[in-house]
Design a protein around this ligand. Structure first.
Ligand SMILES: C[S@@+](CC[C@H](N)C(=O)[O-])C[C@H]1O[C@@H](n2cnc3c(N)ncnc32)[C@H](O)[C@@H]1O
Length: 281
């Protein structure tokens, strides 16, 4: 049987011009070998690999462009290991930033130890809702999605995290209106890729288009900003992840539908305008 180190070298040789990353190989090996973390991959590198045939098949999938998270069926989000499938977006680092910013910004307006009502619109795998509920156990967190298949994955993640988060199916704010939920915070990472050409092939080919592409005639930004008054009891904070190219569009929505608000755009760590926070008094 080949050793772990030999199999890694082979895979890196094969994937040299195809963008195969050593970190992805270590993630696969950690899962296959039942190691606790990636450190164990280094520490056991000279041992025989348990199932080289499985690893080689996974490497073939990586070579054809499939994201490692889909091969593993899981992704890491702010320390939470979440199930992901072809029905959910793979949660991204930018969305981790959105959550981190929200944990800084929300306490400017409220004592974050309060029982704030927070809704994650378009929850996908449940990543944002789970990270927020874990951070703020007192918050009453719910997640919504138009996709029943995505909600089933979110439900599994919520159950395995043991967090009380309610899930609702429906379009944008419609479930909150239906359930008579008044929110303090609405957070959303809506589909915002402006065109399929902008997405990398591994994204375009493997992630659900309903989670990816912005539609100027039917989108979460407009529905949420248009209907937010229907779910507002006191002050309300909206937190969006955005594409930088949507700034003029979003400015237009705010001036069309909102009054008595303040808004702040923030850049992500790559320097792109990526987040919009709107505080409605
Ligand atoms: C970009 S993904 C975000 C998933 C997850 N929140 C995350 O950050 O990883 C957008 C999600 O919004 C959902 N979605 C798309 N249109 C929607 C709508 N009109 N109402 C509710 N959810 C919608 C999609 O099914 C998808 O799960």
């Amino acid at each position: 049987m080949p050793t772990i180190a030999e199999e890694i070298s082979r895979a890196l040789r094969l994937g040299k011009d195809k963008g195969v990353l050593a970190v992805d190989l270590r993630l696969l090996i950690r899962a296959n070998e039942g190691f606790k973390d990636q450190m164990d991959v280094f520490l056991h590198r000279d041992e025989e690999m348990k199932d080289p045939a499985l690893f080689r098949a996974q490497v073939e999938r990586l070579l054809s462009g499939e994201p490692v998270e889909l091969i593993l069926g899981e992704a890491e989000f702010l320390g939470h290991r979440l199930k992901v499938t072809r029905d959910t977006l793979i949660p991204r680092g930018e969305t981790e930033e959105l959550v981190a910013l929200l944990t800084q910004i929300a306490p400017r307006y409220w004592d974050a130890r309060n029982f704030l009502v927070c809704c994650d619109i378009g929850t996908g795998s449940g990543a944002i809702a789970i990270a927020l509920k874990a951070q703020f156990p007192n918050w009453v967190v719910s997640g919504t999605d138009i996709s029943q298949a995505a909600l089933e994955v979110a439900r599994e993640n919520i159950e395995s995290e043991g967090l009380p988060i309610r899930l609702f199916q429906g379009d944008a704010l419609e479930p909150l209106i239906r359930e008579n939920i008044a929110a303090d915070i609405i957070v959303s990472n809506p589909p915002y890729v402006l065109s399929p050409e902008e997405a990398q092939p591994s994204v375009r080919d493997y992630e659900p288009s309903s989670a990816l592409y912005f539609n100027p005639d039917d989108n979460i930004y407009e529905k949420v900003i248009r209907d937010v008054r229907k779910v507002k009891k006191g002050a309300l904070l909206l937190a969006f992840e955005i594409d930088p190219g949507l700034k003029d569009y979003l400015d237009g929505l705010m001036s069309r539908y909102l009054s008595d608000y303040e808004c702040t755009y923030k850049e992500d760590l790559n320097g792109f305008l990526r987040f919009l926070f709107i505080y409605l008094r």
